[in-house]
Ligand binder design. Structure first.
Ligand code: DC
Length: 222
Protein backbone atom coordinates (compact mmCIF):
# COMPACT_ATOMS: atom_id res chain seq x y z
CA UNK A 1 0.00 0.00 0.00
CA UNK A 2 1.24 3.47 -0.89
CA UNK A 3 1.84 5.67 2.13
CA UNK A 4 2.40 8.88 0.15
CA UNK A 5 -0.76 10.79 -0.79
CA UNK A 6 -1.44 10.99 -4.51
CA UNK A 7 -1.57 14.66 -5.55
CA UNK A 8 -3.20 15.72 -8.81
CA UNK A 9 -3.22 19.42 -9.65
CA UNK A 10 -5.68 21.26 -11.88
CA UNK A 11 -4.80 24.87 -12.73
CA UNK A 12 -6.36 27.30 -15.17
CA UNK A 13 -8.23 30.58 -15.52
CA UNK A 14 -11.72 31.35 -14.14
CA UNK A 15 -14.45 29.39 -15.90
CA UNK A 16 -12.11 26.89 -17.57
CA UNK A 17 -14.12 24.12 -15.87
CA UNK A 18 -11.51 23.33 -13.22
CA UNK A 19 -13.73 23.02 -10.18
CA UNK A 20 -16.42 20.90 -11.85
CA UNK A 21 -13.98 18.45 -13.40
CA UNK A 22 -11.60 18.39 -10.41
CA UNK A 23 -14.52 17.47 -8.14
CA UNK A 24 -15.75 14.77 -10.53
CA UNK A 25 -12.24 13.37 -11.02
CA UNK A 26 -11.70 13.25 -7.24
CA UNK A 27 -14.96 11.30 -6.85
CA UNK A 28 -14.06 8.88 -9.57
CA UNK A 29 -10.62 8.24 -8.05
CA UNK A 30 -11.86 8.11 -4.44
CA UNK A 31 -9.72 11.11 -3.50
CA UNK A 32 -10.55 14.36 -1.69
CA UNK A 33 -11.19 17.55 -3.60
CA UNK A 34 -9.33 20.72 -2.60
CA UNK A 35 -10.93 23.98 -3.74
CA UNK A 36 -8.21 26.57 -3.09
CA UNK A 37 -10.23 29.35 -4.75
CA UNK A 38 -12.66 29.04 -1.81
CA UNK A 39 -9.82 29.91 0.58
CA UNK A 40 -8.88 33.04 -1.37
CA UNK A 41 -12.53 33.99 -1.65
CA UNK A 42 -13.09 33.52 2.09
CA UNK A 43 -10.12 35.74 3.00
CA UNK A 44 -11.21 38.35 0.43
CA UNK A 45 -14.78 38.30 1.79
CA UNK A 46 -13.54 38.77 5.36
CA UNK A 47 -11.05 41.57 4.62
CA UNK A 48 -13.43 43.40 2.34
CA UNK A 49 -16.21 43.20 4.92
CA UNK A 50 -13.89 44.60 7.56
CA UNK A 51 -12.90 47.52 5.35
CA UNK A 52 -9.30 46.32 5.01
CA UNK A 53 -8.02 47.29 1.59
CA UNK A 54 -5.92 45.13 -0.69
CA UNK A 55 -2.58 46.77 0.09
CA UNK A 56 0.38 45.38 2.00
CA UNK A 57 1.02 47.08 5.34
CA UNK A 58 0.60 46.84 9.08
CA UNK A 59 -3.22 46.83 8.99
CA UNK A 60 -3.26 43.84 6.66
CA UNK A 61 -0.49 42.02 8.55
CA UNK A 62 -2.34 42.38 11.85
CA UNK A 63 -5.67 41.31 10.33
CA UNK A 64 -4.11 38.20 8.77
CA UNK A 65 -2.26 37.28 11.94
CA UNK A 66 -5.48 37.39 13.95
CA UNK A 67 -7.49 35.50 11.33
CA UNK A 68 -8.33 31.83 11.76
CA UNK A 69 -9.25 30.06 8.55
CA UNK A 70 -10.25 26.41 8.29
CA UNK A 71 -11.43 24.13 5.55
CA UNK A 72 -13.49 21.03 6.18
CA UNK A 73 -16.42 18.92 4.98
CA UNK A 74 -18.80 21.71 6.02
CA UNK A 75 -16.97 24.26 3.86
CA UNK A 76 -14.71 27.16 4.66
CA UNK A 77 -14.78 29.11 7.94
CA UNK A 78 -13.13 32.45 8.66
CA UNK A 79 -13.04 33.87 12.16
CA UNK A 80 -15.33 31.00 13.24
CA UNK A 81 -18.06 31.80 10.65
CA UNK A 82 -18.96 29.41 7.89
CA UNK A 83 -18.85 31.67 4.82
CA UNK A 84 -19.26 28.97 2.15
CA UNK A 85 -22.56 30.35 0.88
CA UNK A 86 -21.31 33.95 0.78
CA UNK A 87 -18.12 33.72 -1.22
CA UNK A 88 -19.48 33.22 -4.77
CA UNK A 89 -21.17 36.62 -4.96
CA UNK A 90 -20.42 39.14 -7.73
CA UNK A 91 -19.03 41.39 -4.98
CA UNK A 92 -16.40 38.79 -4.00
CA UNK A 93 -15.77 38.04 -7.72
CA UNK A 94 -14.92 41.71 -8.13
CA UNK A 95 -12.34 41.95 -5.33
CA UNK A 96 -10.83 38.50 -4.87
CA UNK A 97 -8.05 38.82 -7.47
CA UNK A 98 -6.72 41.98 -5.81
CA UNK A 99 -6.44 40.23 -2.42
CA UNK A 100 -5.07 37.03 -4.00
CA UNK A 101 -2.24 39.08 -5.57
CA UNK A 102 -0.88 40.05 -2.12
CA UNK A 103 2.19 38.05 -1.00
CA UNK A 104 1.09 38.06 2.67
CA UNK A 105 -2.31 36.59 1.76
CA UNK A 106 -0.64 33.86 -0.29
CA UNK A 107 1.83 33.10 2.51
CA UNK A 108 -1.06 32.78 4.96
CA UNK A 109 -2.62 30.05 2.82
CA UNK A 110 0.43 28.07 1.72
CA UNK A 111 0.78 25.64 4.65
CA UNK A 112 -2.95 25.27 5.07
CA UNK A 113 -3.20 24.10 1.44
CA UNK A 114 -0.25 21.70 1.78
CA UNK A 115 -1.72 20.18 4.93
CA UNK A 116 -4.79 19.09 2.96
CA UNK A 117 -2.72 16.53 1.04
CA UNK A 118 -3.72 13.50 3.11
CA UNK A 119 -4.07 9.81 2.19
CA UNK A 120 -5.21 8.42 -0.13
CA UNK A 121 -4.75 11.71 -1.99
CA UNK A 122 -6.27 14.91 -3.37
CA UNK A 123 -7.26 16.63 -6.55
CA UNK A 124 -6.37 20.29 -5.97
CA UNK A 125 -7.70 23.11 -8.11
CA UNK A 126 -6.42 26.68 -8.29
CA UNK A 127 -3.96 28.90 -10.11
CA UNK A 128 -0.60 27.88 -8.61
CA UNK A 129 -1.19 24.26 -7.60
CA UNK A 130 1.34 22.71 -9.99
CA UNK A 131 3.79 25.62 -9.93
CA UNK A 132 4.05 26.61 -6.23
CA UNK A 133 1.90 24.66 -3.79
CA UNK A 134 2.43 21.11 -5.06
CA UNK A 135 5.38 21.31 -7.49
CA UNK A 136 6.05 17.56 -7.04
CA UNK A 137 2.48 16.47 -7.84
CA UNK A 138 2.19 13.13 -9.65
CA UNK A 139 -0.07 14.50 -12.34
CA UNK A 140 -0.57 18.13 -13.42
CA UNK A 141 -3.32 19.50 -15.64
CA UNK A 142 -3.77 22.97 -17.11
CA UNK A 143 -7.29 23.67 -18.35
CA UNK A 144 -8.11 26.46 -20.76
CA UNK A 145 -11.19 27.65 -22.71
CA UNK A 146 -11.99 30.78 -24.70
CA UNK A 147 -13.12 33.84 -22.66
CA UNK A 148 -16.53 33.66 -24.40
CA UNK A 149 -17.12 30.02 -23.40
CA UNK A 150 -15.93 30.71 -19.86
CA UNK A 151 -18.32 33.65 -19.66
CA UNK A 152 -21.28 31.53 -20.85
CA UNK A 153 -20.52 28.94 -18.15
CA UNK A 154 -20.23 31.58 -15.44
CA UNK A 155 -23.47 33.33 -16.51
CA UNK A 156 -25.31 29.99 -16.42
CA UNK A 157 -23.96 29.22 -12.95
CA UNK A 158 -24.96 32.66 -11.59
CA UNK A 159 -28.45 32.53 -13.16
CA UNK A 160 -29.01 29.02 -11.80
CA UNK A 161 -28.51 30.51 -8.35
CA UNK A 162 -31.42 32.86 -9.14
CA UNK A 163 -29.24 35.96 -9.51
CA UNK A 164 -29.37 38.37 -12.45
CA UNK A 165 -26.26 39.26 -14.39
CA UNK A 166 -25.40 40.48 -17.89
CA UNK A 167 -23.12 38.55 -20.27
CA UNK A 168 -21.02 41.68 -20.92
CA UNK A 169 -20.52 42.37 -17.22
CA UNK A 170 -19.30 38.80 -16.60
CA UNK A 171 -17.04 38.83 -19.70
CA UNK A 172 -15.37 42.05 -18.53
CA UNK A 173 -14.98 40.62 -15.00
CA UNK A 174 -13.37 37.43 -16.37
CA UNK A 175 -10.94 39.42 -18.57
CA UNK A 176 -9.98 41.63 -15.63
CA UNK A 177 -9.44 38.63 -13.31
CA UNK A 178 -7.35 36.86 -16.00
CA UNK A 179 -5.21 39.98 -16.29
CA UNK A 180 -4.64 40.38 -12.54
CA UNK A 181 -4.12 36.63 -11.92
CA UNK A 182 -1.57 36.31 -14.76
CA UNK A 183 0.29 39.59 -14.30
CA UNK A 184 0.80 39.49 -10.53
CA UNK A 185 4.39 39.11 -9.31
CA UNK A 186 3.63 36.41 -6.72
CA UNK A 187 2.63 32.94 -7.99
CA UNK A 188 1.02 34.17 -11.23
CA UNK A 189 -1.30 31.93 -13.25
CA UNK A 190 1.05 29.94 -15.52
CA UNK A 191 0.98 26.58 -17.24
CA UNK A 192 3.09 24.40 -14.90
CA UNK A 193 6.09 22.59 -16.34
CA UNK A 194 5.28 18.97 -17.17
CA UNK A 195 1.55 19.70 -17.13
CA UNK A 196 -0.93 18.52 -19.70
CA UNK A 197 -3.01 21.30 -21.28
CA UNK A 198 -6.63 20.54 -22.16
CA UNK A 199 -8.76 23.04 -24.08
CA UNK A 200 -12.23 22.36 -22.64
CA UNK A 201 -14.04 24.78 -25.02
CA UNK A 202 -15.74 22.16 -27.18
CA UNK A 203 -15.80 19.36 -24.61
CA UNK A 204 -18.44 18.13 -22.18
CA UNK A 205 -17.59 17.68 -18.49
CA UNK A 206 -17.70 13.89 -18.92
CA UNK A 207 -15.28 14.03 -21.86
CA UNK A 208 -12.78 16.13 -19.91
CA UNK A 209 -13.03 13.94 -16.79
CA UNK A 210 -12.61 10.70 -18.79
CA UNK A 211 -9.58 12.09 -20.58
CA UNK A 212 -8.02 13.13 -17.26
CA UNK A 213 -8.89 9.80 -15.63
CA UNK A 214 -7.15 7.87 -18.43
CA UNK A 215 -4.04 10.01 -18.07
CA UNK A 216 -3.92 9.58 -14.28
CA UNK A 217 -4.49 5.84 -14.68
CA UNK A 218 -1.49 5.64 -17.02
CA UNK A 219 0.77 7.71 -14.82
CA UNK A 220 0.01 6.02 -11.50
CA UNK A 221 -1.00 2.62 -12.92
CA UNK A 222 -4.44 2.32 -11.31
O1 DC B 1 -11.06 29.53 -8.76
P1 DC B 1 -11.83 30.75 -8.23
O2 DC B 1 -12.48 31.57 -9.31
O3 DC B 1 -12.78 30.42 -7.12
O4 DC B 1 -10.67 31.68 -7.60
C1 DC B 1 -10.95 32.91 -7.02
C2 DC B 1 -9.75 33.83 -7.10
O5 DC B 1 -8.71 33.36 -6.23
C3 DC B 1 -9.14 34.00 -8.48
O6 DC B 1 -9.25 35.35 -8.89
C4 DC B 1 -7.69 33.68 -8.35
C5 DC B 1 -7.47 33.40 -6.89
N1 DC B 1 -6.79 32.13 -6.67
C6 DC B 1 -5.43 32.16 -6.63
O7 DC B 1 -4.82 33.21 -6.82
N2 DC B 1 -4.74 31.02 -6.35
C7 DC B 1 -5.39 29.86 -6.16
N3 DC B 1 -4.69 28.77 -5.89
C8 DC B 1 -6.80 29.81 -6.23
C9 DC B 1 -7.48 30.97 -6.51
Amino acid sequence: MNDVPLVITVDGPAGSGKSTVAKALANRLGLSYLDTGALYRAIAWHLNNHGISAVEGETLTNALEALSITLGKQGVCVGGHNVTSLIRSPEVDGVVSCYAALPSVRRKLLDLQRRQAILPGIVADGRDMGTVVFPCASCKFFLIATPEIRTQRRVKEIRERGETVSYQEVLEGIRERDRIDSERAEAPLRKPENSLEIDTSGMSIEEVVSRMYEIVANVVSL
